[in-house]
Design a protein around this ligand. Structure first.
Ligand SMILES: *Cc1c(COP(=O)(O)O)cnc(C)c1O
Length: 418
C-alpha cells in the first residue's frame, strides 16, 4: 500500500507535505517514510516469529546508508551482491554475522574481504565458485559457511527480466547437481555446508511458485539428511511482490503460515531475503512539471525526472501510480508523463487522466525499491537527492549530486583551461 495520503488537497508522506519537501530540497528527489520501512520489516519479523528465522534485507533494492542504518537498528540481516554493498552494510552498522553474500560472479577480492569480515554465509552459485572459495578460505586459514543456491526450474510468472529460477537462467545450480556438490564440499576442509538457498525472481504476486520452491528445497534438504549432511538453514530468497496497481500479492502472514505447515516441527532456520517488499511502497519520486505539451495526437506532461532517475517503466514497462501533489478541480486530460532524456522509452507513465498546470508537482508512487539504486547519470544528469521522513521531520540522507562531481573522476589527455 502507498505511504502517501491527502490532507485536504495536499499530498503528504507521514506528517510532511510533499510541497514543503520540494521547496526545501528541490526536484526531482526521492522521499522515503521511515515508519513504512519499519512497519514492513516488522511484518516479516512477526509473520516468521513462530520459526527460527533471519531476515536478510536485499540491499540492492535500496542501499542508502541511512536506510541500511534504520534496518540495522531493527537487528536486520542483509543480503549483499557486491563488495560495494558489503562496505555499505558495514559502514551503516550492520552485523557481519547477519550478512549473506549472493551473486553469480563474486570476484576474488570480494570473497577475501567478506571472509576477513567474517560474514555469516556465502550463497554459492556454481562449482567453479566453490573451488575458488575453498582456495581462498584455505589461504586465509578460515572455515567458511556455504549455502548452495538451487535453480529449481520454477516459473514465477513475473517479468522475464526479473525471472531467475528457470533452467535457462544464469542463476543457481541445477537441482540434480546439488547432491554430488554437497558430497564434494564434505571433502573440502575449509568449507562448511550450512544451508540450501533459492531465489526465483522478483515482484512475484502468486503464492504457488513460492510453495513449489519450498517443496524442492525441502526435498533436497531431506536427501542431504539421508546422507548425514544436515544443513542448519533453508534460504527461501526474496521476490515477494507489492501492489503497484491492482496486483494482489500474497500476504506475508499467509506465506509464513504455508511455510510453517511444510517444515512442520523440523528444526530448520529460515532465511528470507526481501527487498522490494520492505522498501518498495515506502518511497516516492517527487518531480515538477516543466512543460505541458499538447499535440494533435497526445498530451504530454514533460517532467524533470526521467528514466535515468527511475528506470522501471522504461526497462520493464512497469506501471507506477502518479499522483498530483496538489489536487485541482479543473477538467482532467489524458497525459503521457515523460522525462527530459533523449530516448523514446523515457516515460514514467502513459495515459494518465490528470488535471495539471505547468509547474505542478507529481509524485511517482512506490519508487522506494529499484528506484534510486538503479539510477544513472545518463544524459549527464546529476543524480537526485534522497530524503527520509520521520513523523514531522524530513532529513536529507543523500545530497543532490553536483555538476563538479559528475565528471570529477574523468581525465583529459591534455590539460585544457576553461
Ligand atoms: C534481488 C534479490 C533479492 C530481493 O528480491 P526482491 O524482489 O526485491 O525481494 C533477494 N535475493 C537475491 C539473491 C536477489 O538477487
Amino acid at each position: 500500500m502507498s505511504c502517501l495520503h491527502y490532507n485536504g488537497n495536499d499530498l503528504y508522506i507521514e506528517n510532511v507535505s510533499l510541497k514543503d519537501v520540494a521547496e526545501e530540497f528541490g526536484t526531482p528527489c526521492y522521499i522515503y517514510s521511515r515508519a513504512a520501512i519499519e512497519t514492513n520489516w516488522q511484518a516479516f519479523n512477526d509473520a516468521f516469529s513462530g520459526i527460527p528465522h533471519r531476515i536478510c534485507y536485499a540491499v540492492k533494492a535500496n542501499s542508502n546508508l541511512a536506510i541500511l542504518n534504520v534496518l540495522a537498528k531493527l537487528n536486520s540481516g542483509f543480503d549483499i551482491v557486491s563488495l560495494g554493498e558489503l562496505e555499505r552494510v558495514l559502514a551503516a552498522g550492520g552485523d557481519p554475522q547477519k550478512i549473506v553474500f549472493s551473486g553469480v560472479g563474486k570476484k576474488q577480492i570480494e570473497i577475501e574481504r567478506a571472509i576477513e569480515k567474517n560474514i555469516y554465509c556465502f550463497n554459492v552459485e556454481s562449482e567453479p565458485e566453490l573451488e575458488r572459495m575453498q582456495q581462498i578460505a584455505s589461504s586465509l586459514n578460515a572455515t567458511v559457511n556455504i549455502a548452495l543456491r538451487i535453480n529449481p526450474n520454477i516459473n514465477p510468472h513475473t517479468h522475464s527480466h526479473i525471472t531467475t529460477g528457470l533452467n535457462e537462467s544464469k542463476f543457481g545450480i541445477d537441482i540434480n547437481d546439488i547432491i554430488p556438490l554437497a558430497k564434494r564440499i564434505s571433502t573440502l576442509p575449509s568449507l562448511k555446508l550450512i544451508g540450501i538457498a533459492s531465489h526465483i525472481g522478483s515482484q512475484i504476486v502468486h503464492l504457488d511458485p513460492f510453495l513449489q520452491v519450498i517443496d524442492r528445497l525441502l526435498m533436497t534438504y531431506n536427501q542431504l539428511s539421508e546422507l548425514g549432511i544436515r544443513p542448519s538453514h533453508i534460504n527461501i530468497g526474496g521476490g515477494l511482490g507489492i501492489t503497484y496497481h491492482d496486483e494482489h500479492p500474497p500476504g506475508i502472514r499467509e506465506y509464513a503460515h504455508a511455510l510453517q505447515e511444510k517444515i512442520k516441527k523440523q528444526n530448520i532456520e529460515i532465511i528470507i531475503e526481501p527487498g522490494r517488499a520492505i522498501v518498495g511502497n515506502a518511497g516516492v519520486l517527487l518531480s515538477r512539471i516543466e512543460y505541458l505539451k499538447h499535440t494533435q495526437h497526445k498530451n504530454f506532461a514533460i517532467i524533470d525526472a526521467g528514466m535515468n532517475d527511475l528506470l522501471r517503466p522504461a526497462l520493464y514497462d512497469a506501471w507506477q501510480n502518479i499522483l498530483p501533489v496538489q489536487l485541482r478541480n479543473t477538467e482532467k486530460k489524458r497525459y503521457d508523463i515523460a522525462g527530459p532524456v533523449c530516448e523514446s522509452s523515457d516515460f514514467l507513465g502513459k495515459d494518465r487522466d490528470l488535471a495539471l498546470n505547468s509547474g505542478d508537482l507529481l509524485a511517482i508512487d512506490s519508487s522506494g525499491a529499484y528506484g534510486f539504486s538503479m539510477s544513472s547519470n545518463y544524459n549527464s544528469r546529476c543524480r537526485s537527492p534522497e530524503i527520509l521522513v520521520d513523523g514531522t521531520h524530513a532529513s536529507l540522507i543523500r545530497r543532490r549530486e553536483s555538476i563538479e562531481e559528475l565528471f570529477s573522476s574523468e581525465i583529459m589527455l591534455d590539460t585544457v583551461q576553461y
